[in-house]
Ligand binder design. Sequence first.
Ligand SMILES: NC(=O)c1ccc[n+]([C@@H]2O[C@H](COP(=O)([O-])OP(=O)(O)OC[C@H]3O[C@@H](n4cnc5c(N)ncnc54)[C@H](O)[C@@H]3O)[C@@H](O)[C@H]2O)c1
Length: 363
Amino acid sequence: MIARFHNPVDTRLGYNSLVELASITENQKVALVIFPEARGLGLVDRIQDLLGERLIYIVEDVQPNPDVAQLRGTYERFWQEAGDCQTVIAVGGGSAIDTAKALIVGTQSGRFDELVALLATGRPFVPAHSKALIAVPTTAGTGSEVTPWATIWDTEGQKKYSLHLDCTWPKVAIVDPGLMLTVPAGVTVSTGLDALSHALESIWNINANPVSDTFAISAIEDILECLPLLRHDLGSKELRSRMALAALKAGLAFSNTKTALAHSISYEMTLRHGLPHGIACSFTLPLVLGLAWGRDEARDRVLKRVFGKDLDEAQAQLRNFLHSLDVKTEFADYGVTQEEAREMIEFALQGARGRNFIGAHAA
Ligand SMILES: NC(=O)c1ccc[n+]([C@@H]2O[C@H](COP(=O)([O-])OP(=O)(O)OC[C@H]3O[C@@H](n4cnc5c(N)ncnc54)[C@H](O)[C@@H]3O)[C@@H](O)[C@H]2O)c1
């Protein structure tokens, strides 16, 4: 079998790599989408100093889990007031990066509802206009800086849309661990677990290949070792750096495989039970590991490289890891009955991400 791995994002990594924004955007008009706490942390001023007059527009009121209800106004104002910029720079966690991915896809009418209608068809489309995206993650988690996907939530309608077009691949990713030093403990843990979930989901995935496996195994080893230490040493530059790289590697792994069952379950847990993304997509990892084990010899070999030969021990290792981070691992812990959990798993297996799971047909 011939494996193929493709990722077009020009990726820069290292402390103070943020300064590269200046040379990358020379002679352009740019808009900035940035997380709300950034101004208080001095980050908006720092970026304004780097960009000078090129910076023509700023969106600061990014909400966790970008939702159609809030995006509508932001999107329409952006196209009216900054429609002539060439590049959008997203600085923040997945919420800021995914918000920016939605903003750069321009509709003919300039109306957001036209974009939602196109997304609702579930089919690819060519946008009327688009902007280049530079993604600067400030959490070590989503990997959104090296993927083309954005999740757009509709909490009121209890739905989510997945945006994925050629233009939503970031042109450049700048991964500067220095920007992650201010992430609070809870967000550090939940985003780190999101990255762990990306890496595992890329392994128990029908689209896995030896290159994605290599990134995934390396990411898992780093996360299992670093995350518990980082949680108690949030100012450690070395641990922040290792987690930034781990999340990037996990992002590269799933940029080619997409996610699988744990993420498919997570969407329901976030919509119905309000769980933060990183917890929603990781608390089921021991359970999903059990469903994946024994389905496919090649996948088992990779899982055994990570967890050893015994399934019970592997599940216990993952459970203990999550418990050590104060993350509960059973549906009942989140108020979900056995019956609802069974239905949720059945439903998740039929979703687009669930069908990537190697156990989807036999489970
Ligand atoms: N596109 C993808 O491939 C992909 C993958 C996974 C998740 N996601 C999406 O990403 C979103 C979640 O992103 P997230 O987990 O990074 O969380 P987030 O972006 O919602 O950030 C969590 C909180 O941390 C704050 N924050 C971010 N950086 C900070 C910093 N440096 N210092 C202090 N506070 C900071 C944010 O303002 C927010 O309050 C969800 O909407 C999810 O659907 C997308």
